[in-house]
Ligand binder design. Structure first.
Ligand SMILES: [Zn+2]
Ligand SMILES: [Zn+2]
Length: 496
């Protein structure tokens, strides 16, 4: 396996582990966990699904910690029964940050890596808990040859919920080199927070008016890796709202994802900046896999299908999704009001479906192409969000700012507060509504689907006709140009 490796868990699971592993007497402790895979295009994550605490006599604490074979077999059988993998966590009571495997740990884990693979059909995941700051380190025991197992270090361990906390493996993802470019930013929240933020892999789904502003802000802030998703082409009617888009981009039939990549490369303050454009919908399997590589995703789409896909990524794959939207009330051709929302879908918070951000009935309508049929749209109520097209750049900047503030609050937790609920701002009254409760009772997202990863029993991806047509139209438009013009564009693209 050449894939990058990561481990993710909900903050509830992290809390349960912390409560067990951080002992009042300062001694080492351990326990088993169950995990499920989440497979992206270039990263595989082990999502911890359950903590299997030791029962009386199953482990012996004597400064260091030992466990009985009975405990191992009970946990491994439970993993096999649930179709899960098995993980083993032990504590370094005084450790801080990413914990590497020492010789003693290595021998201990190596001794049951093979048995784990045989019983569960999945590799053993080893985790080390750092008692001083509740950080984690992790590795996966992969089979090299019959009976020979070697541990491959993960690049990060993500804890997802009210707050997003990532312990990063500095050897695989070194902290970015210090420059003067982010001095003011670093003076606001310190180098440690900056280094953590910079190394998040951030996805932006939808590079329209709101998405493009978010891309600009992320690049300026020093984020090193951006994945940019949009299958649409820059059009003349985008020019009043699309940051950095010019009439030249319209004439060149520039893909919005490429405009976003160009924009962000010019704005980036990170030395090792990388923007990857995807002319894909996240509802296409390739787009979904690329999105599953991200640590956090901005949702800047207004369609129900991609929102439903992102909702699944947030809960089943433990990738927080920062979503938002704008509604302008322009009845009778006059501005009567405007609202914008910003909220985060993540375990413990209300999901996009419970927040009313999409109607599941419209997901199937979009999948079968109805939403792109003018007759279907005309049949909807006049004030239906899917019919309304009014938008103003100023409101886009407000919505983008609201989403970015949610991101900063979740990752930096000012004054220890990471979750301030879902926000709805009313222009007319200048007021902000907040919703702080989680999903509705019985909601499957923050319920049975949570942490299921690849095992989630729903298929959300499929053929996306609108995306295919947009790409085909772009290719066709470019092919119609005379050869000289095409060469000029190629030259231009090469220079970016
Ligand atoms: Zn150890
Ligand atoms: Zn929900």
């Amino acid at each position: 396996m050449i894939s990058r490796l990561s481990v993710a868990m909900t903050s509830d699971t992290a809390q349960r582990l912390t409560d067990h592993l951080r002992r009042a007497d300062g001694q080492e402790d351990c326990c088993f966990v169950l995990w499920r895979p989440s497979t992206g295009a270039s990263r595989t994550s082990a999502l911890l699904s359950e903590v299997v605490l030791p029962q009386g006599g199953e482990r012996i604490v004597h400064g260091t910690v030992d466990f009985t074979s009975g405990y191992f077999l009970r946990a491994a059988a439970l993993a096999a029964e649930h179709g899960c993998g098995l993980g083993f966590v032990h504590a370094h009571p005084r450790g801080r940050g990413w914990q590497r495997l020492n010789t003693v740990d290595h021998e201990a884990e190596a001794s049951f890596a093979a048995q784990t693979q045989v019983i569960t059909g999945r590799p053993l995941v080893g985790l080390t808990f750092a008692g001083a700051d509740a950080g984690f380190g992790a590795r996966v025991w992969q089979q090299q040859a019959p009976r020979r197992y070697a541990s491959a270090e993960a690049e990060s361990v993500r804890v997802v919920g009210g707050r997003l906390t990532v312990t990063v493996n500095n050897r695989l993802l070194p902290a970015p080199p210090a420059t003067n470019r982010q001095l003011r930013t670093v003076s606001a929240w310190g180098q440690v927070t900056q280094d953590d933020l910079a190394r998040l892999r951030v996805g932006v789904v939808g590079c329209g008016s709101v998405g493009m502003l978010i891309v600009e802000a992320l690049a300026r802030t020093g984020i090193q890796n951006l994945s940019l998703f949009d299958f649409d082409t820059v059009e003349e009617l985008n020019l009043d709202r699309l940051l950095h888009a010019t009439i030249r981009d319209v004439r060149l039939h520039r893909a919005k994802a490429h405009l976003a990549a160009r924009t962000s490369r010019r704005a980036a303050t990170a030395v090792n900046f990388r923007a990857t454009p995807y002319e894909l919908s996240v509802a296409e399997s390739e787009g979904f896999a690329a999105a599953a590589d991200c640590d956090v995703i901005f949702s800047c789409v207004d369609r129900p299908w991609p929102r439903a896909v992102l909702n699944l990524l947030a809960y089943a794959h433990l990738i927080p999704v920062i979503d938002g939207g704008i509604a302008v009330d322009a009845r009778g051709g006059r501005l009567r009001g405007a609202e914008w929302r910003a909220h985060i879908a993540a375990p413990g918070r209300a999901c996009l479906e419970c927040l009313g951000q999409y109607d599941p009935a419209h997901v199937s309508a979009e999948r079968d192409g109805s939403l792109d049929d003018p007759a279907y749209i005309t049949g909807l109520a006049a004030d239906h969000p899917l019919r309304r097209k009014e938008n103003v750049f100023v409101f886009s900047t407000s919505a983008a700012a609201a989403q970015l503030n949610q991101f900063i609050t979740m990752t930096t937790a000012p004054n220890g507060i990471a979750d301030t609920g879902a926000h709805l701002y009313h222009l007319t009254t200048g007021t902000l509504d907040r919703r702080e409760d989680g999903c509705e009772k019985g909601c499957p997202y923050d319920g049975m689907l949570r942490g299921l990863g690849d095992d989630a029993p729903v298929t959300v991806t499929g053929r996306h006709m609108a995306a295919e047509q947009a790409r085909a139209a772009r290719r066709l438009a470019i092919h119609r140009w005379p050869l000289r013009a095409r060469r000029a564009v190629d030259d231009l693209l090469l220079r970016l």
